[in-house]
Write a protein that binds this ligand. Structure first.
Ligand code: SF4
Ligand code: SF4
Length: 294
């Protein structure tokens, strides 16, 4: 716990220090409003989105390496780097509450590519983006305290998880049909930008307070981008599968903080944290491609 607090304080000081430095003239680190002039949009693309895109791709490649070489125990370090760089330094990339409607509304090639990077990653390896790259997921995980952690009963947990699919449906279809952003409540973004509407600040405080006791509540129940990736992870090429050596001891089920393992099968809520793989006494859980099942 003390280490977590120290890391948070150092991250905050580092980020505030970096933001206090003067950026070279012309660097624009805030998103323009919808309807921004072409000039603003082009500066945004060149100086802001391009930087963010490169960093997101770099983090995504690193996360593939972490999973591929089974460096699960080091995951917290990529999470911390994500909080510092994608979170505090770059102002919270990509805002999971608004990325879907922003991609539709502020149509822009760079934005679309950035939106697609996590999707491609998901189709390859499942929700690695959520587990390793997303600063919004990482900050919830960092402040979650093992000693205070509470478990939500499975039945209720399964029902609550449906909320995020409802939000995805409303945001996605609503934005396309109405041509306007639907309820842009940027939960968690205020912690990285030190600004926000009263509603988003209150929501952020609520989510962060809940995160101390419950593992990633926003990711599990509210995030529309996470919902999209959970749906797509059903199609992912590589995923964690259970082999025939499984003795149904359920140790992995109890270990999984996402409650992603049901009856011995790893489901689409899995973030590839690798804890179940490490804990299985029979070594029955492995990352396999679709056609390869032992
Ligand atoms: S579920 Fe949403 S907030 Fe959580 S890690 Fe995934 S994209 Fe980020
Ligand atoms: S414990 Fe296993 S099933 Fe659960 S999120 Fe981690 S890797 Fe996925």
């Amino acid at each position: 716990m003390r280490i977590k607090i120290a890391v948070l304080i150092v991250s905050l000081l580092f980020s505030v220090g970096c933001l206090a430095l003067e950026f070279p003239e012309g660097l624009e680190f805030s998103a323009p409003d919808i309807g921004a002039s072409q000039k603003q949009a082009s500066s945004y693309w060149l100086h802001d989105i391009a930087v963010k895109l490169v960093v997101v791709i770099a983090f995504s490649l690193a996360s593939i390496g972490f999973v591929w070489f089974r460096l699960y125990r080091l995951r917290k370090w990529i999470n911390i780097a994500s909080i510092v760089i994608l979170g505090f330094l770059l102002g919270g990339v990509l805002c999971p509450s608004n990325v879907i409607q922003n991609t539709i509304m502020k149509y822009n090639t760079a934005y679309l590519i950035m939106f697609l990077v996590p999707i491609i990653l998901t189709l390859l390896l499942g929700r690695v983006y959520c587990g390793y790259v997303c600063p919004f997921g990482a900050i919830q995980e960092l402040i979650n305290t093992k000693k205070l952690r509470k478990k939500i009963p499975d039945k209720l947990d399964r029902k609550l998880k449906l909320i995020k699919y409802g939000i995805l449906l409303i945001v996605g279809i609503g934005t396309v049909i109405t041509g306007r952003a639907i309820g842009s409540l940027s939960l968690l973004k205020p912690i990285f930008t030190f600004s926000g509407t009263l509603a988003s600040i209150i929501g952020t405080v609520g989510v962060l307070a809940a995160s101390v006791f419950y593992y990633r509540p926003f990711c599990r129940y509210l995030c529309p981008y996470g919902a999209l990736m959970a749906l797509l992870s059903r199609l992912s090429f590589y995923r964690i599968r259970t082999s025939s050596s499984c003795v149904k001891c359920k140790i992995c089920e109890r270990k999984c903080n996402m409650a992603a393992i049901v009856d011995g099968s790893v489901g689409h809520e899995c973030l590839l944290c690798g804890e179940c793989i490490d804990v299985c006494p029979k070594g029955s859980l492995k990352i396999n491609s679709g056609g390869r099942k032992e």
